[in-house]
Write a protein that binds this ligand. Structure first.
Ligand code: NBP
Length: 479
């Protein structure tokens, strides 16, 4: 009888394609699905003529696995995963490995890792990006969890992952929920990239009156330079796509969906106190788009410019390119800043250069630009913010004039650019030696006696002023 390398539970889109991918790389995979008819359909369908083995119960799935047993779950995140772990445990022994490849909240992964470690089971929560095609052809894989599991899963994961420059887009991220966390930030950055591309499209469409064909050509051109990326490439193809009734994009309802990973990133950034404004604005922009009925009423009720640029198409196409590039740099700078803070808060050792390499292939945000991020962290592994790297400083400096023109002109024409604008506000805020937070602190002290520090006294020394009584500042005697 064949010794089975790995058991896989969950035969929806991702599970099926990962099983086929593992089979292609010479691993023997046994598969199980809660609705067992799916197992038979898979074996009779796309898994026909493969080495994949079907199981009709968890017990039979686990019984054929080589030791230590490796079981991977590709099911809906949340309760389904806890329920499956409960069903698996009676069939596992210490040293066995349980892997969750779903889009799970990182805190659930940390919790499960600790719970299973107490029973000697090694738990891995891994990010897997790239959707159906990635799962089949080679995804980007971001595993984290119990470090003792890595030597047991490394070979399979690195074999099935995407490769760039002959390097697998898979490496160990770190302990606890760190793999899931990095995938969450990846998804948030994906939201940001998509929002920025959408704003460039909207500006060209509404502000410049370009046709879909013209915009497809612009995105196609951009894809050969610093913006070279999967999302720019597919945007050009979408704009070029025509069906029997005409350009398909024009008939798609402008209400965005979301599955929650961008929201998780935003919530965690608020908890950690990191200005993740690009991702936040991108999530809110999706929320605003979803209010279609209200927007239709408001469109007929609220006045404002609906202007169109006359005769500046060439200049503004170049400015838009620069706005997109600069804003994208801000978004990644914020994403890496969040990961740095999370590593501190949760006690993880994250390798930021390596993370950027994992995203170069197999995932939705893959782009040439990630090589520059890797370079920045190679130059200085302790880099606090990408904006403090010379390459990115110079890139922003070259792009900022066009970026500012786009934000200014969009405001004038009445075209919303929350991503471009938030990115610029972040940049100007970050490079400001002085911000109006002194006034804010004074207000807080005025109405709530919250105290303040002074620029001419040691940090940590707190002062309070009796503002209404107009008395001089007093050293605060509160602890
Ligand atoms: P889905 O997220 O649509 O989940 C469907 C699978 O979950 C089916 O196998 C279903 O079994 C199983 N399942 C459910 Br629902 N409840 C269960 C339970 N209580 N116990 C056992 N199994 C249960 O599948 P997917 O789109 O392939 O995604 C799998 C995971 O990968 C998800 O966490 C997803 O977020 C993540 N992911 C998806 C993508 C993507 O592009 N789709 C990309 C990256 C990551 P059934 O057949 O019996 O209903």
């Amino acid at each position: 009888m064949l010794e089975v390398d790995i058991g896989l539970i969950g035969l929806a889109v991702m599970g099926q394609n990962l099983a086929l991918n593992m089979n292609d790389h010479g691993f023997t995979v046994a598969v199980f699905n809660r609705s067992v008819t799916r197992v038979d359909e898979f074996l009779a369908g796309s898994a026909k003529d493969t080495q994949i083995i079907g199981a009709h119960s968890i017990e039979s799935l686990v019984s054929g696995l080589r030791l230590p047993r490796r079981v991977m779950m590709m099911v809906k995140a949340g309760d389904a995963v806890d329920s499956l772990i409960g069903q698996l445990l009676p069939h596992l022994s210490p040293g066995d490995i349980v892997i969750d490849g779903g889009n799970e909240l990182f805190t659930n992964t940390s919790r499960r890792m600790a719970e299973l470690a107490s029973q000697g089971i090694l738990y891995v929560g891994t990010g897997i990006s790239g959707g159906e095609e990635g799962a089949r052809q080679g995804p980007s894989i971001m595993p984290g969890g119990n470090p003792d599991a890595w030597p047991q899963v490394q070979e399979i994961f690195q074999a099935i992952a995407a490769r760039v420059d002959d390097q697998p887009c898979c490496d160990w991220i770190g302990a606890g929920g760190s793999g899931r966390y990095v995938k969450m930030v990846h998804n948030g950055i994906e939201y940001g990239d998509m929002q920025l591309i959408g704003e460039a499209y909207d500006f060209m469409r509404r502000g410049m009156g370009l046709s879909q064909g013209q915009m497809a050509a612009v995105f196609g051109r951009w894809n050969t330079g610093v913006l070279d990326s999967y999302l720019i490439e597919i945007t050009a193809k979408i704009l070029d796509f025509v069906d029997d009734e005409g350009p398909t994009l024009e008939r798609i309802l402008d209400r965005a969906g979301q599955k929650g990973t961008g929201k998780w990133a935003g919530i965690n950034a608020l908890e950690l106190g990191i200005p993740l404004t690009l991702i936040g604005e991108s999530v809110f922009a999706r929320c605003l788009s979803a209010m279609k009925a209200e927007r239709l009423k408001a469109a007929a009720f609220l006045p404002g410019p609906n202007g169109v640029l006359i005769g500046q198409a060439e200049e503004f196409t170049a400015y838009l390119h620069d706005a997109l590039y600069a804003a994208k740099i801000m978004s990644y700078a914020q994403g890496f800043m969040l990961m740095r803070e999370a590593a501190k808060a949760y006690g993880w050792q994250l390798n930021y250069g390596s993370i950027s390499l994992l995203w170069r292939g197999g995932c939705i945000i893959r782009s040439a630009f990630l090589g520059d991020i890797k370079q920045a962290f190679d130059n200085n592994p302790a880099l606090e913010n990408l904006l403090l790297d010379e390459f990115f400083r110079d890139a922003i400096n070259q792009a900022q004039s066009g970026w500012r023109k786009v934000v200014g002109k969009a405001a004038e024409l009445g075209i919303p650019t929350p991503g471009f604008s938030a990115a610029l506000a972040y940049y100007d805020g970050y490079r400001s030696a002085s911000l109006p937070a002194n006034l804010l602190q004074a207000q807080r002290d005025y109405f709530g006696a919250h105290t303040y520090e002074r620029i001419d006294r040691p940090r940590g020394q707190m002062f309070h002023t009796d503002w209404a009584g107009n008395r001089n500042p007093k050293l605060d005697d509160q602890p």
